[in-house]
Unconditional design. Structure first.
Length: 247
């Protein structure tokens, strides 16, 4: 069975501070905090892995973010113009700063978290009315159609749209955030500080799933991770992701 996305992994110098920022930003809680990671998830009765929620795992790294824009970012949903304005103001109070990624005059607001990871606060859009606080995980890419083919086979999510410039997938349950691929100028040049972590379903063979991903076009990634229970890979355009082990 194809894999399911379970969390967005964000690298940070200060994982606790960045984790607390995202917990406040999303209205979630810090569900666990260890020596090198801070895990952020929905409040109340949440059991990981949730069938639809994509949570946030902030992981400590020694290197600061470069000035290069991340090619993976979060879009946050809002329900009204007033909600958008309130959320932007609150995020700035929490430590977010305005970010210029060449967006020009657009109805959404581009910000960066306290360590410079870009994200967007969207204007109200009907398509995101039931996603929860994260509207979409957005991936910059050269070929959205090719990316939709790879990720559509890699995961058990449903393809909702595919054009030359944009592709979107979402849980087959019809709730939770979208995974979107956006045609963007340029190619990936530096390791991303934001990536997806995927998880097999109970009873599935992780090694077999990793082999299947390789057959689809994924390649192995050596980050010096050593002997760890997860597997680091890159998709056909070089975006990093991990396949986690069932606990």
């Amino acid at each position: 069975m194809p894999l399911r996305p379970v969390q967005v992994n964000i690298k940070a110098l200060d994982h606790s501070a960045v984790g607390r920022f995202w917990a406040e930003a999303l209205g979630w809680s810090v569900s666990s905090e260890g020596p090198v990671t801070t895990y952020v998830g929905p409040i109340g009765g949440f059991v990981w892995p949730d069938p639809v929620a994509v949570c946030v795992d902030v992981v400590a790294v020694p290197e600061p973010k470069t000035t290069t824009k991340n090619r993976v970012h979060l879009d946050l949903a809002t329900t009204s113009a007033a909600h958008q304005a309130e959320l932007v103001a609150r995020l700035k109070e929490l430590g977010a700063t305005p970010a210029d990624v060449g967006q020009g005059d657009v109805p959404w607001t581009v910000l960066a978290d306290p360590e410079g990871n870009e994200f967007c606060v969207l204007e109200p859009r009907e398509i995101y009315r039931d996603t929860g606080p994260i509207a979409a995980v957005v991936v910059d890419c050269v070929d959205p159609q090719a990316m939709a083919r790879f990720w559509g086979e890699a995961m058990d999510w449903t393809l909702h749209e595919v054009t030359d410039d944009h592709a979107a997938l979402r849980s087959a349950k019809g709730v939770g955030p979208y995974l979107e691929f956006l045609r963007t100028p340029g190619v990936k040049t530096v390791p991303d500080r934001v990536h997806l972590d995927l998880l097999p379903y109970p009873g599935d063979d992780k090694a077999a799933e990793v082999a299947r991903l390789r057959a689809l076009g994924a390649t192995d990634l050596d980050l010096g991770q050593g002997d760890v229970p997860w597997t680091c890979l890159v998709d056909p355009e070089g975006h990093e992701f991990c396949v986690l082990a069932l606990s």
